[in-house]
Design a protein around this ligand. Structure first.
Ligand code: ZN
Length: 271
């Protein structure tokens, strides 16, 4: 970074590897004169793990969710009338269990997609893989909702409460499952390419930041004392799927500008 302006003096930020305690890099930056040299802990990012187990557990949970949906339906139509107690409690209980499975499965699936993003080359496949959680949410609640709501012979109270519960579960399940910020393999590749062309091949992020930075001395993180350094894949796996706006502007890269947002605009990380 170039020296500039009077009244500022260079301050050394010492980068310390969190695991070994060794200084792994030191950069000199221009900062306010009152500032003292600070120790910056730089953590190597966790290697991107295997998304396979998360996908497997998600699929199993979706199957269990649909089993709970069927059980709810069997309670509603009287097939399971031998169950002790109030059938309405069973109906609501099965819907809640269905919802819990859907929410946990979608969270695991979204995390797996950040670890191993699908390619955008095939738009249909990309949509299906990115939004599988949302699709399964519909399957886990809509048939139940329609069958309960349209049943003409059911007890009115059971029908009303069952319909409301299924509708609320559908809305909550969809809200938790739609990936509002799906990432693609191409996004990750473009980020990695930019990190190589514009820097040292790494990107940087902070514990509570939602975006990644190309420059460890970016104005948004210059005062941070905890910085994680990693590859583009590691940043995406850690839920940092957008470039910092300042870094993107400074890079002059249109691709990065498309991928960027400020910390304030960033969606809460699902990671
Ligand atoms: Zn930045």
């Amino acid at each position: 970074m170039a020296e500039k302006k009077t009244g500022k003096r260079p301050v050394e930020r010492t980068f310390v590897d969190a695991k070994t305690g060794k200084t792994i890099a030191a950069t000199t930056v221009v900062t306010d004169a009152e500032d003292v040299a600070r120790e910056v802990h730089v953590h190597r990012a966790e290697p991107v793990g295997d998304p396979g187990p998360r996908r497997t557990i998600a699929i199993v949970l979706w199957i269990v969710a649909i089993v709970f949906e069927v059980l709810a339906l069997l309670v509603f139509n009287g097939t399971l009338e031998s169950l002790p107690g109030n059938p309405l409690v069973w109906l609501i209980g099965f819907i809640v269990a269905d919802l819990a499975c859907v929410v946990i499965a979608s969270s695991l699936w979204k995390k797996a997609n950040h670890m191993d993003p699908p390619s955008e080359a095939n738009k249909t496949a990309f949509f299906l893989k990115s939004q599988l959680g949302a699709i399964l949410s519909v399957i886990a609640f809509l048939p139940l909702l329609v069958l309960v709501f349209t049943d003409k012979n059911a007890d009115k109270q059971v029908k009303t409460i069952g319909s409301i519960a299924a509708a609320v579960a559908l809305v909550i399940g969809l809200g938790a499952s739609i990936d509002f910020d799906p990432v693609s393999a191409e996004d990750v590749a473009q980020t990695q390419q930019a990190a190589i062309e514009l820097g040292d091949g790494n990107v940087y992020w902070t514990p509570f930041g939602h975006v990644y930075h190309l420059n460890p001395n970016c104005q948004a993180i210059i005062n941070s004392t905890e910085i994680t350094v990693g590859t583009a894949s590691e940043a995406y796996a850690a839920g940092r799927t957008r470039a910092c706006k300042f870094c993107a502007e400074a890079s002059g890269s249109d691709v990065l500008k498309d991928l960027s947002q400020t910390e304030d605009e960033a969606l809460p990380s699902a990671a």
